[in-house]
Design a protein around this ligand. Structure first.
Ligand code: NDP
Ligand code: OXD
Length: 315
């Protein structure tokens, strides 16, 4: 049986190796290390943020499994071999990101940052609280995760819309698509949730001009941004400008241009910014590893990979 190479950057590397070895039914699973030279036994690579050029060094590579949802890092490798690439799309990951989105939409909706500040001052003051049904949430990206998050938010009673590249029909969610649908989507949105992939078309999309198109005079009392898509979608300086001029009343950012976020970034200390360390959704290696092995077995039987990346679309 052909071997699997695993190359994972980050704290989950050991968990991925153990989980894939446990699921591999005796198949050889090699952990990549900088000194590894004989990669000729490898047919499949399971990767998260692998070093540039690594995949090109595997002479008999048949397919790549990206162990995260977004494959932008892989696609940016100029030496990426021309083999099929699948990405992680699984209920475990979808639910984790949905939890994150619901948590932060509710945090802004229920003004939790305001009440946290009051608690520090031992101040007992109640503020007006609109119902969810009065507040318009908009989800950019209606893929596996965005569509699920949109439906969950609609289930809480919010007025939910979504924006995608191609037209969609989702029960309980108003849908917009394409560049032509963007302004109308923004004009009705008070809490904007971004779950877009990073592509040539989406880089820098969360800029001041776009944020100024959001609805500020709605029941939420201002416009809010939650970005759990990719850091390259947001222009940090313009987000800060939007906060300072009142275009945004608050933001939650999980992803950044450069991760980890630099210690001297002004985002850390801005009173209207909530920061999390790209943890909206880390898929569980134990849960996903059996699916990775099943994908590989199906592929060896001649079936196509599920959740294959379309290189022309860039996601
Ligand atoms: P999908 O590929 O399933 O969905 C992507 C969505 O974005 C689709 O609806 C697609 O439209 C839409 N889209 C892409 N390009 C454009 C565009 N130019 N204009 C409008 N819409 C566009 O991805 P997932 O839902 O699985 O994941 C989305 C992203 O979330 C990932 O790429 C990743 O960057 C991020 N992510 C972040 C995590 C975190 O921990 N912060 C965890 C998991 C994911 P269409 O449906 O028409 O193709
Ligand atoms: C991602 C992930 O794409 O964690 O960010 O899956």
């Amino acid at each position: 049986m052909s071997a699997i190479l695993i190359a994972v950057e980050g704290p989950q590397a050991g968990d991925w190796l153990a989980a894939l070895r446990d699921s591999a039914k005796g198949r050889e699973v090699l952990a990549w290390s900088a000194g590894a030279d004989d990669l000729s036994r490898v047919s499949f690579a399971c990767v998260w943020l692998p070093p540039r050029g690594l995949l090109a060094r595997i002479p008999n590579l048949k397919a790549v499994i990206n162990l995260g949802a977004g494959a932008d890092h892989l696609l940016a490798d100029p030496d990426l071999p021309d083999v099929p690439i699948a990405r992680a799309a699984h209920a475990d990951l979808t639910m984790r990101v949905t939890e994150y989105v619901v948590l932060h939409v509710l945090m802004h909706h229920r003004r939790q940052r305001l009440y946290d500040g009051q608690q520090r001052e031992r101040s007992w003051r109640v503020h007006d609280q609109p119902a969810a049904s009065e507040v318009a949430v908009g989800v950019m990206g209606l893929g596996v995760i965005g569509a699920h998050a949109a439906v969950a938010l609609a289930g809480l009673g919010f007025k939910v819309a979504g924006w995608s590249r191609s037209p969609k029909t989702i029960s309980g969610v108003e849908t917009f698509h394409g560049p032509a649908g963007l302004d109308a989507f923004l004009a009705r949105t008070e809490i904007l949730v971004c779950l877009l992939p990073r592509t040539r078309d989406t880089e820098g999309i969360l800029n001041l001009a776009l944020l100024r198109k959001l609805k500020r005079d709605g029941a939420a009392g201002g416009a809010f941004l939650i970005n759990a898509g990719r850091g390259a979608l947001q222009v940090d300086a313009e987000i800060l400008a939007a906060l300072d001029e009142g275009t945004l009343a608050g933001t939650t950012l999980d992803v950044f241009q450069n991760e980890p976020l630099r210690v001297d970034s002004p985002l850390w200390s801005h009173p209207k910014v909530t920061i999390t360390p790209h943890n909206a959704g880390d898929i569980s290696p134990r849960v996903f590893a059996p699916h990775v092995i099943a994908q590989i077995e199906r592929f060896e039987r001649g079936l196509p990979l599920d959740n294959r990346i379309d290189r022309t679309k860039g996601y």
